[in-house]
Design a protein around this ligand. Structure first.
Ligand code: ZN
Ligand code: ZN
Ligand code: ZN
Length: 374
């Protein structure tokens, strides 16, 4: 799953879809021409410039940075959940027979088998969600990521570089069409996958945090060790001359030790990574997609599962992990409900050592009452 795109590009895509005309200016702003309805909704003039810099916007330009009023107003373009913005994506003609032949190669299950039962071409909906993330530590990182979730099987993928093309090809949907109630599940899957995708994307940032944390801990540690040695030396002299008791010495060293522990704890909180994720905008996209119904078999049970080809991304949708929804790979099938579970979610219990399904048992190992899993 990969990366978020620069804010000006994504915003420009969203506004273009709403009928605005935008153009980059030499000073890294976007000059825009907005239809009256859009300008009213966003509280901006029909013609102007928007800036993405954190410093006060140059000249007349309106700020469109992550913490601006305009950025928050964008969310208004995408109304309440029961009036989801819907669009159509024209699906290309695909050779179903040829695709059926390659289903075998698309799936690897560690502990189960499967076979293709049936194929069909049908209307499918994808949620295209835009998530803003803020990672707070001793510094702040922000970004926007776009995610596609298949409503039928909850497979998630990053829209990545295809986003502009997808947005460009979207067509207006029949206004009477309403997404079905299953949509809540789709949002949950999107949020879970987005959170994990952010952690992945911030990987190098997290590593640099750890490096700085270790460096500072080492400094604090050395500083207090030096003080301790010096204090001890000074006190030994005093003890020899009978000025101070051994008991007093011990108290002083303990106080230094406690202060050292506090300082280290402070550093750990200072460098801890706190990630917040916010869904800022979304569109439900309907398209015609080939669906390959497979039968997953584990021991004596079986379960039908729809494998899909994603016409928006022009590739197969990855299998979803039905616990975390992040397409990490390395899938197993659980015994009870035949969930598809990634290696991180098919975890071993820290107490009994036996693996359990995180989709069936959200609160931990079913065998151990406390259920504290790693
Ligand atoms: Zn998982
Ligand atoms: Zn256990
Ligand atoms: Zn399960």
């Amino acid at each position: 799953m990969l990366p978020s795109r620069p804010l000006p590009e994504v915003l420009s895509d969203i506004l273009t879809l709403q009928g605005a005309v935008l153009e980059k200016t030499p000073d890294d702003c976007l000059e825009f021409l907005a239809p009256p309805v859009l300008s009213e909704m966003l509280g901006i003039p029909e013609h102007g410039k928007m800036s993405f810099a954190y410093q006060p916007a140059p000249g007349e330009a309106i700020s469109a940075a992550y913490d601006s009023d305009l950025f928050r107003a964008i969310a208004r373009l995408f109304p309440e959940k029961n009036q989801l913005a819907m669009a159509l994506y024209p699906s290309p003609a695909l050779n179903m027979a040829k695709m059926s032949g390659s289903v075998e190669e698309k799936i690897v299950l560690a502990n189960a088998t499967f076979r293709l039962k049936q194929t069909e071409s049908r209307a499918i909906r994808y949620l295209l969600g835009f998530f803003k993330y803020t990672a707070l530590s001793d510094e702040k990182r922000e970004g926007l990521m776009s995610l596609l979730v298949n409503e039928l099987n909850l497979s998630t993928s990053a829209a990545g570089e295809r986003l502009t093309e997808i947005m460009g090809a979207l067509q207006e949907a029949d206004p009477d069409k309403k997404p079905n109630p299953e949509i809540t599940k789709v949002f949950q899957a999107a949020r879970s996958a987005a959170a994990l995708a952010v952690v992945e994307e911030l990987g190098p940032f997290g590593q640099s945090l750890n490096k700085r944390l270790n460096r500072d801990i080492k400094r604090v540690f050395e500083y207090y060790e030096t003080i301790k040695i010096e204090t001890q030396k000074a006190m030994e002299k005093k003890a020899l001359s009978g000025e101070q008791s051994v008991e007093k010495q011990r108290e002083k060293v303990n106080a230094i030790e406690t202060e050292k522990r506090w300082k280290i704890q402070d550093l750990i909180s200072k460098y801890a990574l706190n990630i917040r994720i916010e869904l800022v905008a979304f569109i439900v996209v309907e398209t015609q997609s080939p669906v390959f119904w497979i039968e997953i078999k584990r021991r004596l049970s079986s379960r039908p599962f729809p494998l899909t080809y994603n016409p928006l991304l022009r590739k197969w949708d990855p299998l979803p992990c039905e616990s975390c929804f992040y397409p990490r790979g390395g899938y197993s099938i659980c015994d009870d409900k035949l969930h598809i579970i990634c290696s991180a979610c098919f975890k071993k219990c820290s107490q009994c050592g036996k693996p359990f399904c995180s989709a069936c048992h959200k609160h931990g190992c079913p065998r151990c009452s406390k259920g504290t899993a790693q």
